[in-house]
Design a protein around this ligand. Structure first.
Ligand code: PGA
Length: 252
């Protein structure tokens, strides 16, 4: 079952207008002829300018978060329809930094994924265990319970991408080994098959995130159940981001 690999950059809270536009420009120039889909999720303040750089290129833009409501009295928040209005195709939901910094529960993450769908976008739903949970041998049960709570009923391969991001690997330089990551990805896919069906599970993309970089991308992306990457630090350098895209296996 072929799944189109997705290489997604998450710029997090980084970049002023001039840096963001320059970075987008250098990615856009060399984004052609990749064996994968490309996505960049800049801070909301840069979406318009970065979106212009990526117009008529193979690079899509996405949001890093959205509010659960469509509009209303929520000072400082951004709705999914506002992101769709700026041509976003995806919204990251439930990143571990939002779960930790903003107390986002599985229930909130699920509501945000539904908000992304309602505005016509796909949700990239993030799950991942902490170091303590991994050491306690709880990785697979934590991941199952986050998936069960965060993925809404009605998920399809079109409206949903899962990102497995071990919390201990994010921004730390520590990466899950390809075998460890593969084991979790296979587990997530088996859960999807149980809850939805085999076809949905076989078609849904599961990305790996956590210190993915040019030097480890090829080994991670060669795993049968790793269908791309959600990349933080290395997505802020055009050559690294593009080198990761170039590491996608030719037969992917
Ligand atoms: P990192 O971040 O690549 O800097 O580890 C990944 C992420 O948080 O999505």
């Amino acid at each position: 079952m072929s799944r189109r690999v997705l290489i997604a950059g998450n710029w997090k809270m980084n970049g002023l207008l001039s840096d963001g536009v320059a970075l987008a420009h250098s990615i856009a120039e060399r984004a052609w002829d990749k064996n994968c889909s490309l996505l960049v999720c800049p801070p909301a303040t840069l979406l318009m300018a970065v979106g212009e750089e990526f117009a008529d290129t193979p690079v899509a833009v996405g949001g890093q978060d959205c509010h659960v409501a469509e509009n209303g009295a929520h000072t400082g928040d951004i709705s999914a329809s506002m992101l769709a209005d700026l041509h976003c195709r995806y919204i990251i939901t439930g990143h571990s930094e939002r779960r930790a910094d903003h107390g986002e529960t599985d229930e909130i993450v699920q509501a945000k994924a539904k908000a992304a769908w309602a505005a016509g976008m796909a949700a990239i739903i993030c799950v991942g265990e902490t170091e303590a949970e991994r050491e306690a041998g709880d990785t697979l049960s934590v991941i199952s319970s986050q998936c069960a709570g965060s993925i809404p009923d009605g998920a399809t391969a079109k409206n949903t991408v899962i990102a497995y991001e071990p919390v201990w690997a994010i921004g730390t330089g520590k990466t899950a080994t390809p075998d460890d990551a593969q084991a979790v990805h296979a587990h997530i896919r088996a859960d999807l098959a149980k809850r939805f069906d085999d076809d949905m599970a076989a078609r849904t993309r599961i990305l790996y995130g956590g210190s993915m970089k040019p030097s480890n991308a090829a080994d991670l992306l060669a795993q049968p159940d790793i269908d791309g990457g959600l990349i933080g630090g290395a997505s802020m350098k055009a050559e690294d981001f593009l080198a990761i895209a170039d590491a996608v296996p030719q037969d992917a």
